[in-house]
Design a binder for this molecule. Structure first.
Ligand code: 9WN
Length: 445
């Protein structure tokens, strides 16, 4: 937790109240929209981060957030990227109707066929532990209720996304959670920009084109989504985009460890989860570039993509990582935090790259969830000083000059100046602010 005295310009009580206010305003029934307007439905990994923050103030709402997402689970175990809530504010594209033809018959809730990084079991464990302080019976009931769904979710990743290998692949950049990260550029080069869908870009009413993916990227995103949907969302080696993402797989390993703890408490066998976590951690070495960061592996071309991005730093979350020192050096070096003009927050992309852009979505700006994970990783590995300075910058970025004004809790920020980018009153920025204010989180070992 940052020293209160070192944040003279921010009233931390006010910031916490404003963060909770954003989450209340974005709430719709049992879940929280990432942002009113731009993201009017429930998003998978957003809900995990939202639950992690909410657990400190409103553990019941945190439990409901995860339960609500699980209601959208497919019969094959996948947790969908988006659970749709048709309503007045539902002009998001692609909408529920886009995926309708591929959804399993009898599915209770309209949802997308894609997935997002598996951070849910970690969120469930943290929420259960927060619940246990005041209400141990509710915590155990929650774990028993969620365990089967989370196990099926992880089984889907093994069966359909690893398919005989250890690491899981993503089949669309949206599945990475880091949509236009430069790690996906080479694979996207090969994708046609000619989808059948007429793309209307309602997102551009909420953030400028200079801060959102370009039209050509959007056309490719839709082409890939159509290919997957038209194949009934079945996973196979013939799909045009099959990438192994270091972020996705690291979070999977962390979540398997969390699920082992939940399994044990439920009287189930924790060993398969630990064994999977061990195997994923070992296999991640396949993604080490030898240049101080992890890359992504393209299974269609058998190549390792070696662009330096925030996702390639996230394996720092893992204990006993063979390359931890080199990875920390990269994080502190000129590509990310260091350099002639030091950055306050870790940018999404290598600042020394010619195409780095401090405003452009996942191609430069700093995102709060990435910085929250990296602060947690640094604290766990003994670098409390850098962890604290990232947390301090998270609070400053979240307040954005005035926590109660509409400009606060930005979606992403300039990594040097902390100037707000993207939409505002963004839920995971608010939720992770609450977590930082409450002293942060620890990972299961
Ligand atoms: C596509 C909701 C989501 C986040 C992603 C972020 C952005 C969506 C979009 O918003 O992606 O899923 O329309 O750009 O990249 O991480 O989950 O907040």
């Amino acid at each position: 937790m940052p020293e209160v005295s070192s944040l003279p310009s921010i009233d931390l009580n006010r910031l916490g109240g404003a963060a909770l206010g954003v989450l209340h305003a974005n709430r719709l029934g049992g879940f929280t929209r990432p942002a009113i307007g731009l993201y009017p439905h429930q998003w998978s990994w957003d809900s995990a981060f939202i639950a992690i923050g909410l657990r400190h103030a409103e553990p019941e709402a945190a439990r409901s957030e995860l339960r609500s997402l699980v209601r959208g689970q497919w019969s094959d175990g996948r947790l969908p990227q988006i659970v749709y809530t048709p309503g007045p504010d539902d002009r998001y594209q692609p909408g529920a109707e886009f995926w309708a033809s591929a959804r399993p018959a009898g599915a209770a809730t309209p949802s997308a066929g894609l997935i997002q990084p598996p951070v849910h079991a970690l969120a469930a464990l943290l929420v259960a532990d927060a619940t246990a302080t005041a209400n141990p019976a509710a915590a155990r009931a929650f774990e028993r209720e969620l365990y089967p769904a989370l196990r099926q979710w992880h089984d889907y990743l093994v069966r359909d996304r690893a398919r005989g290998r250890v690491l899981a692949e993503i089949v669309h950049p949206w599945e990475s959670g880091t949509d236009n990260l430069p790690l996906w550029d080479a694979a996207l080069e090969r994708i046609p920009a000619t989808p059948a869908t007429v793309i209307t870009r309602p997102d551009l009413q909420h953030a400028g084109l200079g801060e959102r993916p370009g039209d050509r990227e959007y056309a490719k995103f839709f082409w890939l989504a159509e290919e997957y949907r038209d194949g009934a969302c079945r996973d196979h080696d013939g799909l045009s985009f099959r990438l192994v993402d270091p972020l996705f797989n690291t979070l999977w390993a962390v979540s398997e460890r969390a699920l082992a703890v939940i399994a044990e408490r439920c009287g189930e066998d924790p060993r398969p989860h630990r064994e999977r976590a061990d195997a994923i951690e070992r296999a991640l070495d396949e993604l080490w570039t030898g240049d101080g960061f992890y890359g992504a592996f393209d299974r269609n071309t058998d190549t390792l993509i070696d662009r330096a991005t925030c996702s390639g730093l996230i394996p720092l979350l893992l204990s006993n990582l063979p390359h931890a020192d080199a990875l920390r050096a990269t994080l502190l070096g000129e590509r990310f935090l260091g350099g002639p003009v030091p950055a306050r927050l870790v940018p999404s992309y290598d600042r020394t790259a010619g195409d780095f852009d401090s405003a452009q979505y996942w191609r430069g700006p700093a995102w709060i969830n990435m910085n929250w994970m990296l602060a947690l990783a640094l604290r766990q590995s003994g670098d409390a000083t850098t962890a604290e300075s990232l947390e301090r910058a998270i609070l400053e970025a979240a307040a954005n000059g005035d926590p109660e004004a509409s400009g606060a809790f930005p979606e992403y920020v300039d990594p040097v100046t902390l100037e707000a980018r993207g939409t505002r009153r963004f839920s995971w920025t608010a939720a992770l602010t609450l977590d930082v204010l409450a002293g942060g989180s620890r990972l299961p070992t």
